[in-house]
Design a binder for this molecule. Structure first.
Ligand code: ZN
Length: 212
């Protein structure tokens, strides 16, 4: 906690000056983020840092495993669904990014199970929302036997699963029909901080920035 409080002090003394005008303007005019960015709660995945975004740019949803449940699955207390509806309907974002990542603990749990599932019932049920991804990986990636590669394939398929599920939300459907919303599937490789984007034509993930 000391580290956090020291960070707050450092922000106000060293950094806040160059953001002062921006925060003032955002307070006065409200937020108008261009993108809903859905990624994992993992402490190594920092949406604003890796996209060099400023306050007001991104509406960020973080959850364990960056799972996007289908609109009908988890009932009325689904905070991810609530954030999607708010970003799409009220904020009118023009883009939605779902960003998975390497070495994802939630994806590992999806593949290998949770050893003490009864101690973490919410987590266990949440991970199971992505159970169809486990089946997809079993069917399509049976040739991959290496553990790390299997978890990476699961993380990539989970992002595509999320993209499909986004399409099940009526608010997303109507914005897609009016061509005012774009959906993106990204993958972040922690070791090199590289970002990959799914190319629907090639049906594979390719580096987002080719000269990095
Ligand atoms: Zn993760």
């Amino acid at each position: 906690m000391q580290k956090l409080i020291a960070g707050v002090h450092k922000f106000h003394s060293d950094e806040f000056g160059r953001y002062k005008e921006l925060f003032h303007r955002l307070s006065r005019d409200g937020q108008k983020p261009h993108t809903l960015f859905i990624t994992c709660s993992d402490s190594r995945v920092l949406a604003e840092l890796i996209t060099q975004s400023k306050p007001g740019d991104l509406f960020v949803v973080k959850n364990a495993g960056n799972i996007v449940p289908p609109a009908h699955v988890t009932g009325d207390t689904n905070s991810t669904a609530a954030a999607i509806e708010f970003a799409v309907e009220a904020l009118e974002v023009t883009d939605i990014v779902i960003c998975g990542h390497s070495q994802c603990g939630a994806m590992q749990a999806l593949v290998e199970g949770i050893p003490n599932a009864d101690q973490v019932p919410h987590l266990a049920r949440w991970i199971e929302v992505a159970a169809p991804v486990r089946e997809t990986v079993r069917q399509r990636y049976s040739h991959i036997t290496e553990r790390e590669a299997q978890i990476t394939a699961t993380a990539e398929e989970n992002v595509l699963f999320g993209l499909e599920n986004l399409r099940s939300y009526p608010c997303v459907q109507s914005r897609l029909e009016s061509n005012s919303l774009r959906l993106h599937a990204w993958f972040f490789k922690i070791a090199t901080a590289e970002l990959f984007a799914f190319d629907p034509n090639e049906q594979q993930f390719a580096p987002l920035v080719t000269n990095q």
